[in-house]
Design a protein around this ligand. Structure first.
Ligand code: ADQ
Length: 210
């Protein structure tokens, strides 16, 4: 998972996942420019395993986290590289709630259910998936919607290994954090995690009075 090497970084104009854009507009009579990115909306599911009183998170190597944690070297051909002997892949490991982009023609809660099965191996009934909230993420750059859900699962619902879709190259570890240890873990800045995870867990404490 964290054995990373041969890292190169180059400009990217457009892909199926992101579309960088330059926006010009006039605001109160003043001409302005803003650089932004079109990205997919996403769903994110906080999983709480009732059988073992723990949260189930996913841990994966995130290239964006990695390259923002290292010093890159400019090469003559204009690309940038990273000395992976100096900067281990562990710098790019990130703990997140199970999540996925909204790129399918089905409801958000159905996408949430599919992601829980693919990434975490739990076959959770739709009625166990409850909405937390939806909000605009990355307002300076993307402004996409993030739809947060919470699902209570039990060991009986664990029907597969999870770990993500191998055909999409996904490499995902499942990490269980006991509820009683989660407050300390949540605010441990040495552990990479995203805002969706923190918000969802704080919602859980509030909603269930934990
Ligand atoms: N930028 C990219 N470059 C190359 N390949 C890409 C890519 N984005 C997606 N992919 C490909 O699409 C596959 C499926 O991605 P997912 O829908 O599982 O989103 P992911 O969990 O990575 O991010 C989800 O979770 C994170 C964290 O919550 C959210 O930020 C995010 O919007 C949400 O989709 C990936 O395995 C990869 O093959």
């Amino acid at each position: 998972m964290e054995k990373i090497s041969d890292v190169t970084i180059q400009p990217c104009s457009s892909t199926p996942y992101i579309k960088p854009l330059r926006i010009t507009y006039t605001q109160d009579g003043v001409k302005k420019i803003w650089d932004a990115m079109k990205v997919h909306d996403s769903v994110c599911v906080l999983l709480y395993n009732k059988s073992r009183d723990c949260f189930v998170f996913v841990r994966q190597f995130r290239p964006a986290v990695y390259i923002n944690s290292v010093v890159t070297e400019k090469q003559a051909d204009g690309t940038e590289t990273v000395d992976s002997a100096k900067y281990p892949g562990t710098l790019g490991l990130s703990y997140e709630c199970c999540a996925g982009i909204v790129d399918k023609d089905c409801s958000l809660v159905e996408i949430a259910k599919m992601e829980v099965l693919e990434e975490c191996g739990y076959d959770v009934p739709l009625e166990n998936i409850q909405k937390i909230t939806s909000y605009k993420s990355g307002t300076g750059v993307s402004g996409a919607m993030d739809h947060l859900f919470c699902a209570e699962v039990t060991d009986v619902m664990k029907t597969g290994p999870g770990g993500g879709l191998k055909e999409e190259g996904e490499l995902i570890d499942l990490i269980e954090i006991p509820l009683r240890e989660s407050r300390k873990w949540l605010f441990d800045e040495a552990i990479n995690k995203d805002g969706e995870l923190i918000l969802s867990v704080l919602w859980f404490y509030d909603h269930y009075g934990k």
